[in-house]
Design a protein around this ligand. Structure first.
Ligand code: G6P
Length: 484
């Protein structure tokens, strides 16, 4: 049974994320409509929610607008408002100019501002309150990602009856880097309010536990962070928190089904044809983000053209860079840098007939993405740091005929699972060039064997098994003897 307004008893299962799975968009005609939100988080959780009768608490993507709860695509949505100031301080500021670069190996320097932190606390409180209001007694609440790290503790204080999980979709840094954060203790304590904190990689979970040990009063024992016994000799009011690795995945079957859709297959052919039917189509698909290693990739590709190892007309690189966080200065700088590089390389290597790089600063619906994956021979995922990277998994899953090859950065979470890909270090331009050439020249029986193995892995480890494993762990009571 569900809450409508303030009525009890509320929802038994709630996902809390910065974004709702849909964004409010205004068309040219001024008409408002809903569009699926960008990024890996929404891609992963939307199918989970469609299967469960729960609610999703999050922001609906337009500042200043307050909306009543509504339903979209079989999911109950509970909007949390953000105004212009929240957007600037909590979202663009603390989330995406402090935490995002800090958690991605300080690829760009994180900025620390107290006004951003204050607003981050305020917005986290708003999310916790909105959730506490609609959760049924004893409900399971699953909080998502770095924007909401204080929510588990706030929620536990308001509603000790809840079962609280947290999943971090991005990397968790080592103590050496995490220690820069002036509010490191508060963030760790915020997370520790969860019964289970999930990470993409074992390395992320152990970084988190090392940070807990170093910067909080908790005792770390195995995967558990145990609160100190208070002066009354009673720790019942504080929970034990368990850290675990749960690598996220994709809806493998849905991707494979789309890849067999005659319309999508025809579209893939058409894309290749429109590119001039080159022998090899290389593909990059990323949010336009400095963590993705787009410049490193372009550099390697440009050198291969200059060296005469690859010829325009024989090969074409399609680079989709979807617009992201466009008000954040670093993202604006990156866009300029990437566009300058693309312009230079195309100016140098294009012919009247053919282009070296087809650059697209757009985002596309899933069906068009699958057609692009099918049209491509070699997928380039060259992130400098990436929590998981679902694009790599989608490419493999779409190639149900086992054609194609994946060149994958070892700094992605996906590299732990897609071990049959050609792993590269994106900082090593020569190494990346050999990786690309190796993919180009690989014996098809060798690449087919690798693609088949990776696809089998993705069939056995899809997004449903990811959420099932996390939620099963969250439901499991703590073994008492683990406390002794
Ligand atoms: C990554 C993050 C998500 C985020 C997405 C898109 O996948 O892990 O939390 O939603 O990027 O970024 P945005 O800032 O547009 O929500």
């Amino acid at each position: 049974e569900h809450a409508s307004g303030n009525e009890k008893p509320g929802y038994d299962f709630i996902v809390v994320a910065n974004r709702l799975p849909v964004d409010r968009v205004e068309g040219d005609d001024g008409e408002l409509s809903w569009r699926r939100s960008p990024g890996g988080l929404v891609t992963a959780i939307a199918p989970v929610m469609q299967e469960s009768d729960g609610a999703w608490v999050g922001w609906h993507g337009s500042p200043g607008e307050e909306l009543e709860p509504f339903e979209n695509d079989r999911i109950s949505l509970i909007p949390v408002p953000l105004d212009e100031e929240d957007l600037e301080l909590y979202y663009e500021g603390f989330s995406n100019s402090t935490l995002w670069p800090l958690y991605h190996d300080v690829i760009v320097p994180p900025e620390f501002h107290r006004t951003w932190w204050d607003n981050y606390k305020k917005v986290n409180k708003r999310f916790a309150e909105a959730t506490a209001k609609v959760a049924a007694h004893g409900a399971t609440v699953w909080v998502q990602d770095y924007q909401l790290q204080l929510v588990p503790k706030l929620l536990r204080e308001a509603r000790p009856d809840l079962r609280i999980g947290f999943f971090n979709h991005i990397p968790f840094p080592s103590p050496g880097i995490f220690s820069q954060l002036p509010w490191r203790k508060q963030i760790l304590e915020g997370l520790a309010g969860a019964d289970v904190v999930g990470f993409q990689r074992t390395a992320d979970a152990s970084n988190f536990l090392r940070c807990m040990r170093r910067y909080t009063d908790r005792t770390v024992k195995g995967s558990l962070a145990i609160p100190p016994v208070s002066s009354e000799g009673n720790s019942a009011s504080l929970n034990i928190c368990r850290a675990e690795a749960h690598p996220i995945s994709i809806d493998t079957r849905q991707v494979a089904e789309m890849a067999h859709d005659p319309e999508i297959m025809a579209r893939a052919k058409q894309i290749r044809h429109e590119l001039g039917d080159p022998k090899t189509v290389l593909l990059g698909v990323d949010r336009l983000d400095y963590t993705k290693g787009i410049r490193h990739r372009l550099k390697a590709y440009g050198e291969l053209l200059a060296d005469g190892e690859i010829h325009v007309g024989d090969a074409c690189l399609v680079q989709v860079a979807s617009p992201s966080r466009e008000n954040v200065e670093r993202y604006q700088q990156l866009k300029d840098q990437v566009e300058l590089m693309v312009g230079n390389l195309n100016g140098e290597h294009d012919t009247m007939e053919h282009t070296a790089i087809r650059y697209l600063h757009h985002s596309y619906p899933m069906r068009e993405m699958i057609a692009l994956y099918l049209a491509a021979d070699i997928m380039l995922v060259t992130s400098l740091r990436d929590g998981m990277n679902l694009v790599a998994k989608e490419f493999v899953a779409a190639h149900t005929d086992d054609t194609g090859m994946l060149v994958l950065s070892e700094f992605t979470g996906a590299a732990d699972q897609l071990t049959q890909s050609l792993l590269v270090n994106p900082h090593d331009i020569d190494g990346m060039k050999s990786g690309i050439l190796r993919a180009l020249r690989m014996d098809p029986t060798d690449s087919a064997r690798r693609m088949r193995r990776m696809r089998r892995h993705l069939r056995e480890h899809d997004v449903a098994s990811w959420s099932k494993a996390f939620l099963a762990s969250l439901a499991q009571p703590l073994p008492i003897d683990s406390l002794v």
